[in-house]
Design a protein around this ligand. Structure first.
Ligand code: GLU
Length: 493
């Protein structure tokens, strides 16, 4: 084990929207750094100009802030190992690529894409694995330098040993030995002067003194090459951890962010921006993501601080993680219930406001604890509690008719309820419930019938938070007005 201070990084490519795979690749190194009193870094890997998307970096930064995954060094805040955006480090990669050439571990390659394609086709025809055929490996180094200086287009390739094997280590999978003959002379520096991931990430992880490289398992096949590159420079190897893959909700096959039908299913989404809009809270999302690849004994509800306390890198698992949106709902609801009233109120207020409700803080603070138990997402506050902020409600006439009764009988119950409630000086929970229960007992109707009519009349809906608490918040005058309206509706039927 390393004795150096722990430094970990999240190194996303700004090539699209931030999804749960990115979030998990950020979370574990963050947890490790915080657990070990180390440093967590954000590094933007933007060397693939073809896949670059403007705005993607900002979305990643916003996503990290939303989740509460704060980094100690990064492109927008700087730090002692910067710059933290790879396109601003071109000279560093250039210098390192040529260093490998000097060491005889890499070589400039002048092959045109037409030639490479021809070689590839031939290899495929002969049932060989397509790979670089080594044409430029044998060019004399001085000659190669001259051609480069003369302005000829080139890339720099790693000079993969032809013989022997390499043994690499992944913390979750142990050591893996690969024959060098199975490996390619991969490109390290492209003809546009920018490095490939294979060079850039190894150089940066070394220069930034990264101790643990935690990354997606799509990089596992490249680990032998990466280990070769690191050893060619004579550097220490970081501890590599390749995270498990995500499986589709159906359990069939690997999840891809391009698989829109699966990732946006039934009002769910794997993109953080969507999740935020759908009313998920960062605490719930984090808890859900944390347990997809980290084997804690139970599906525990944990805050970020609790995760830091419990995090153990050896607890990460290599087995595929199934995406289960029901679990997301479970964790989201659980974390909503953990929020303090003021905190939850502040989070649902904008949802009401955006939906056109006029919300006063006094009422909101009373409503919040009443609806909290039922919220799965923040948006549910509209369905469960919108009626608190309306002047009038618009009940469905059919719903005003209690089960087993007709409109006339229901109107009678509504009139009687009105009488009872109107006779009270105050419509508090404790004042209203006893006379209404007494009426149920004497009136010959059951409690569901009587309270059902009252509920639909007062709230406009069949399902609501507890009836008497709700009526107390709605207030006497409005409840009576709504009840009168319900009586009129029933009498007209
Ligand atoms: N830029 C790479 C990616 O987004 C980073 C992988 C890594 O963490 O090294 O896949």
């Amino acid at each position: 084990m390393t004795t150096k201070p722990v430094r970990t990084r999240f190194a996303p490519s700004p090539t699209g929207r931030m999804h749960i795979g990115n979030a998990r690749s950020a979370l574990y190194p963050f947890l490790l750094a915080r657990r070990m009193g180390g440093t967590f870094i954000l590094r933007i890997e933007d060397t693939d100009q073809k896949r670059y998307e403007p705005g993607a970096e900002q979305e990643l930064i916003n996503g990290l802030h939303w989740l509460g995954i704060h980094y100690d060094e990064g492109p927008d805040i700087g730090g002692p190992y910067g710059p933290y955006r790879q396109t601003e480090r071109r000279a560093i990669y250039h210098e390192h690529a040529w260093k490998l050439v000097e060491l005889g571990k890499a070589f400039p390659c002048f092959c045109t894409s037409e030639r490479l394609e021809k070689v590839r086709q031939e290899q495929l025809k002969n049932k060989q694995n397509p790979r670089y055929d080594g044409a430029c490996r044998v060019i004399d180094p001085d000659e190669a330098r001259r051609r480069v200086n003369a302005g000829e287009k080139y890339v720099i390739r790693f000079k993969m040993p032809k013989e022997g094997s390499i043994t690499t280590a992944d913390l979750l999978r142990g050591s893996i030995t690969t024959e060098n003959s199975a490996l390619d002379d991969s490109v390290l520096l492209k003809s546009d002067g920018l490095p490939t991931y294979h060079l850039a990430a190894m150089v940066d992880d070394h220069l930034m003194e990264i101790t643990h490289v935690i990354r997606g398992s799509e990089w596992l096949p490249s680990l032998p090459l990466h280990t070769h590159v690191i050893r060619a420079f004579g550097w220490d190897e970081p501890i590599f951890v390749h995270l498990s893959v995500f499986l589709k909700p159906s359990g069939k096959g690997k999840m891809s962010k391009r698989d829109r039908a699966e990732v946006m299913k039934d009002g769910y989404s794997i993109f953080l921006g969507d999740m935020q809009e759908l009313g998920y809270i960062p605490e719930g999302v984090l808890n859900w993501i944390a347990l997809m690849g980290w084997g804690v004994p139970e599906d525990d509800v944990m805050t970020l601080d609790q995760m830091v306390e419990r995090f153990d890198i050896d607890g990460l698992t290599a087995s595929p993680a199934a995406i289960n949106f029901q679990k997301l709902d479970h964790f989201n609801g659980a974390h909503i219930r953990l929020l303090r009233t003021e905190d939850l109120a502040a989070r649902i207020k904008p949802i009401y406001t955006q939906a056109g409700f006029r919300v006063d803080d006094g009422t909101l603070l009373k409503v919040t604890p009443l609806i909290r138990e039922r919220l799965v997402t923040l948006d549910d506050c509209l369905a469960f509690g919108g009626f608190f902020f309306l002047e009038d409600v618009d009940p469905n006439p059919q719903e005003l008719i209690a089960k087993g009764l007709d409109a006339g009988q229901s109107a009678e119950i509504a009139r009687k309820s009105y009488e009872i409630l109107a006779a009270l000086p105050e419509l508090t929970h404790s004042a209203a419930e006893p006379p209404m229960r007494a009426y149920v007992e004497q009136g010959g109707h059951n409690v569901n019938q009587v309270f059902g009519i009252l509920r639909v009349a007062a709230t406009g809906q069949k399902v609501s938070p507890p009836l008497f608490e709700s009526m107390e918040i709605i207030g006497r005058a409005k409840v009576l007005k709504r009840l009168k309206n319900a009586i009129e509706i029933l009498e007209k039927m």
